[in-house]
Design a binder for this molecule. Sequence first.
Ligand SMILES: Cc1cc2nc3c(=O)[nH]c(=O)nc-3n(C[C@H](O)[C@H](O)[C@H](O)COP(=O)(O)O)c2cc1C
Length: 173
Amino acid sequence: METMQAVFGRKSYRGGFTGAPVPREDLREIMEAGLAAPSGHNLQTTQLIGVDDPELLKRLADCFPHSGMTTAGAMVVVLAKKIQCVDGAFYHVEDFAAATENMLLAIHDKGYASVWLQGVIRGEPAARMAAILGVPREVEVVVCLPIGIPAKPFKAAPKAPFEDRAWFNGYQV
Ligand SMILES: Cc1cc2nc3c(=O)[nH]c(=O)nc-3n(C[C@H](O)[C@H](O)[C@H](O)COP(=O)(O)O)c2cc1C
């Protein structure tokens, strides 16, 4: 798939999946796309756990109410290490956001669907997932990407017109 096709074709899917397994090669390639993302000062603060064990998928899906999770063929759990850069800043949030978008594009490219689950796992669900996966205290579970073949067609979310949010050579020009 062409890059621009993937960028404009990607859309969030929150419904159920067909239950078809996601081959390990596909899951690994999706994760490699995430790790290829840029990171502040190349600190590579994002870590990933790919999950394709059906029993483990079920245990993780039980951590929060999201219908799509129970039928996902795989998921990627995105982890952030809060490391301070030499310039004094922390870039781990930007780092995991870039990695997550890369993976969403790769997921779409491979014919699967997903959704960036962050708000819904914040707090207690993320803590439960971390415990199940053996994630150490200094590493935070930040995003979960369920992956699978969508069971039903779905629509793209509406986006504001270009002219409402973007300009050339000045603000609101
Ligand atoms: C930082 C961030 C957090 C998000 N958290 C959630 C979430 O907890 N649950 C959810 O259903 N979607 C979540 N999303 C997906 C957005 O709702 C979705 O991207 C938005 O509605 C636009 O739809 P689109 O992805 O199809 O363009 C999140 C997206 C981002 C970037």
